[in-house]
Design a binder for this molecule. Structure first.
Ligand SMILES: [Zn+2]
Ligand SMILES: [Zn+2]
Ligand SMILES: [Zn+2]
Ligand SMILES: [Zn+2]
Ligand SMILES: [Zn+2]
Length: 263
């Protein structure tokens, strides 16, 4: 199953070059927030609801994750995520810029990131304003939810496959891997059924949740496994939940079948 850690290790060289390593570089945040970054090391987010400051009894502290905007602690809690201060000019915020949101594997938050244009990009009135989308925050693609054109067809490797219907630049957003969000226990039960059928669309979301695309998925469940993948998944923390974005691993030409390494 794909997770941020395995993606990082698969693509060690390019990611290292493009993104400063967050490990050991927590900015103004306490170092014991390090599990915020890796979806496979943390459960789904539950805000802390206690009164008073976040101490050793706080579930966020216990889980070694940041507090979020929905936590009940004070606004000046040092572990509360404060968004980025990027400026919306010439492609603000992306995995190739120094945006702290992107570095922490999160999408920008229109409630917290005030200067990067996340709110403008996500405003329903600007949804199809492509010029604005080019200039403003590039780190809200899952929330914006405008997938690239894709087509179903007979796969080159097995059964049906998904083909890209337009040219896409490297690292470009293809779409969200959607499905039912279920618990690990439920995934275990369903997995036994699916194994008997020989086909499974379960995708690890975080330490406690799995996405099942079998009945409620979108076209991205038809992306086949192939050892030479041309797309990759990123689990991003998005408005206090984990979601999975599919991205181009290299420049894609319209008509190519999409392959993903499920290993
Ligand atoms: Zn707390
Ligand atoms: Zn908290
Ligand atoms: Zn807190
Ligand atoms: Zn930013
Ligand atoms: Zn942004």
């Amino acid at each position: 199953m794909a997770d941020v850690e395995s993606l990082d290790s698969n693509q060690k060289a390019p990611l290292k070059r493009k993104r400063p390593n967050v490990k050991g570089n927590y900015g103004d945040y306490p170092a014991d927030c390090h599990k915020t970054l890796n979806s496979n090391e943390r459960s789904y987010f539950k805000p802390c609801l206690h009164t008073g400051p976040c101490n050793s009894e706080c579930p966020c502290v216990k889980d070694k994750v940041m507090c979020e905007k929905t936590c009940m602690c004070d606004a000046d809690c040092p572990r509360k995520w404060r968004g980025c201060k990027c400026i919306a000019s010439g492609k603000a915020c992306s995995i190739t810029t120094a945006c702290p949101c992107a570095r922490w594997n999160r999408e920008c938050d229109p409630d917290l990131c005030s200067g990067c244009g996340a709110a403008e990009t996500l405003s329903p009135t600007n949804r199809y304003d492509l010029e604005l989308a080019k200039e403003c925050c590039q780190n809200v693609v899952i929330q914006r939810d405008i997938p690239k054109r894709t087509l179903l067809g007979v796969s080159g490797v097995s059964g049906l496959g998904l083909f890209i219907g337009e040219n896409v630049k490297k690292d470009g957003f293809l779409g969200e891997y959607k499905g039912e969000i279920i618990s690990n226990d439920e995934a275990e039960r369903r997995g036994k059924l699916y194994d008997r059928r020989g086909v499974s669309f379960l995708f690890t979301l975080n330490k406690t949740q799995v996405i099942d695309a079998t009945r409620a998925g979108n076209k991205f469940r038809f992306v086949n496994h192939y050892k030479k993948p041309n797309c990759f998944a990123r689990v991003l923390f998005t408005n206090c939940t984990h979601r999975i974005g599919m991205f181009a691993k290299r420049d894609l030409v319209a008509g190519e079948e999409l392959y993903f390494d499920y290993g």
